[in-house]
Design a protein around this ligand. Structure first.
Ligand SMILES: O=c1ccn([C@@H]2O[C@H](COP(=O)(O)OP(=O)(O)O[C@H]3O[C@@H]([C@H](O)CO)[C@H](O)[C@H]3O)[C@@H](O)[C@H]2O)c(=O)[nH]1
Length: 460
């Protein structure tokens, strides 16, 4: 079975030098006297922290101090233009999608957006596969699995209609109205062949757990389709921010006299002073178990990610037929669900249309192999009964914590997508600040159309 890389195997991989943004110099000034006159102290400059700061200022005229231990804003959505001119994400690929009109309207205040539907493929090892990678041959198929996936992997199925696909799947699916775990969730929708080919080992690589050790909701993120829809998401709004994700956060909190930002500030090293600075309360968006580290409870489980970056250039005319730009792989995100390699996926950002023109026309390309591990920055809560039970103990303490509001993926220990993180922060803000609820607001009918776009550029 593949194992997560650790220790010296990561030596030489330096992601810290891959920064590209020039932030306001005052953001690095430390906790000076200007930080004392604030209503909210917000810990974390990601989605939840920036929503709170932005709303507190523009809705209520309140002053916030936003601190982050990292040297940039945007949390795990942070992206930047790298030394070769490609817009890349420091913490892995992010794709915005939402069915929530409120979220769509909100994010459109801070960015122009380009319509973009994410299409993921999976490389499944097959001796007669058409795609060669790392000395192995693969068949490249759509994920989520659909009718085309079944036909490509099992040509004898020869499915020509949605009804054919339904019959093929029905003959294999386990009947189960209430799947109790990820394995049951996948088997009841996909049957054993697709489960083995697409879900079982990818899940083991990503979580270091087999699907049966995870909540059904984890595998239920990926639908199984009888038609040939090959979009990863089916939400109404699917788009890329024209100038990258970091620009959204800059537009939310930069240049607002009510919002002070201080980077390279560790909350826990300055906890007493920061808690005293907040006239109203602290908004904590970090891991909830880190906040209560001294309480003697076991730590919650998280998964982190590691990225191996490679730059590739085409060999010449053979690889760049008709002057077409050179790509390493056929799509932005190519999953490797099998046990034959340790990485879960390879991401090639050049496929994203919000690349600056020079990147789109570049003769080279940059790819990131993604590996999951249990140490490093926490990215994913691990949804299963044991962690849920432990989280409840933390939540109980948090509900009684005076002067602190816990918000976001890590503080709520929830596997939120980006839009869910926005919505959750907006709703908690309304709740704690007693702002009128959605429905009493006037914005839900005004979801904007895509903006008329110029050329994408890099973060300011
Ligand atoms: O080929 C696959 C794919 C997935 N699984 C299993 O499903 C779990 C959830 O997958 P996914 O939702 O793709 O996981 P993740 O959150 O890492 O990535 C998605 O989110 C976007 C983006 O980050 C959102 O903004 C990204 O592009 C998406 O891929 C997975 O953990 C597996 O257990 C599988 O088995 N096989």
């Amino acid at each position: 079975m593949p194992r997560a890389l650790d220790g010296d195997e990561w030596a030489g991989v330096d992601v810290s030098c891959r920064r590209g943004n020039d932030h306001d110099p005052s953001w690095f000034a430390g906790l000076d006297a200007r930080c004392e006159d604030v209503d909210l102290v917000i810990v974390g400059a990601g989605i939840s922290g920036c929503v709170f700061a932005e709303r507190a200022s523009r809705e209520l005229g309140l002053r916030s101090l936003v601190v982050d231990k990292r040297d940039h804003i945007g949390g795990n959505c942070y992206d930047f233009i790298n030394a070769k001119g490609f817009r890349v994400s420091q913490y892995g690929v992010h794709l915005f999608h939402t069915k929530h009109a409120r979220v769509w309207e909100y994010v459109n205040r801070f960015s122009a957006w380009m319509a973009y539907e994410h299409r993921v493929k999976a490389a499944i090892e097959r001796e007669d596969g058409e795609y060669e990678h790392g000395g192995k041959r693969y068949r490249v198929v759509p994920v989520p699995p659909n009718r085309d996936t079944i036909n490509a992997l099992y040509p004898e199925a020869n499915l020509t209609s949605d009804e054919d696909a339904r019959a093929w799947l029905d003959a294999r699916r386990t009947k189960n109205d209430e799947p109790k775990n990820g394995e049951e969730s996948a088997l009841t929708r996909a049957g054993p062949e697709l489960y083995e080919a697409i879900f079982k080992y990818y899940t083991k690589k990503q979580w270091d757990k087999y699907p049966e050790e995870l909540d059904a909701s984890v595998l239920a993120r990926i639908p199984v389709r009888e038609n040939t829809d090959d979009r990863y998401f089916s939400d109404e709004h699917q788009a890329l921010p024209r100038d990258g994700y970091t620009r959204i956060f800059e537009n939310m909190i930069m240049g607002d006299p009510n919002i002070l930002v201080r980077l390279n500030v560790d909350f826990f090293e300055n906890k007493d002073v920061l808690q005293k600075m907040a006239r109203k309360f602290v908004v904590f968006t970090g891991p909830i178990d880190a906040y209560y580290a001294s309480q003697g409870l076991p730590k919650l489980e998280y998964r982190s990610l590691r990225f191996f970056e490679e730059y590739h250039e085409g060999a010449g005319d053979e690889d760049t037929k008709n002057d077409e730009p050179f790509f390493y792989q056929p799509c932005l995100q190519l999953n490797y669900p099998g046990p034959e390699v340790e990485h879960t996926r390879i991401v090639e950002y050049k496929h994203k249309p919000n690349q600056p023109r020079a990147a789109r026309e570049h003769r080279g390309t940059v790819i990131f192999r993604e590996y999951s591990c249990d140490h490093g920055e926490p990215y994913y809560p691990v949804p299963n009964p044991a962690n849920r039970e432990l989280y409840e103990k933390y939540r109980e303490m948090a509900s009684k914590e005076p002067g602190v509001v816990f918000v976001g993926r890590l503080a709520s220990y929830k596997y939120f997508n980006m839009d869910q993180a926005f919505l959750n922060a907006l709703e908690i803000f309304d709740d704690v600040m007693d702002v009128p609820k959605e429905g009493e607001r006037s914005n839900s009918a005004t979801a904007p159309k895509f903006t008329d776009l110029g050329e994408p550029d890099g973060p300011k």
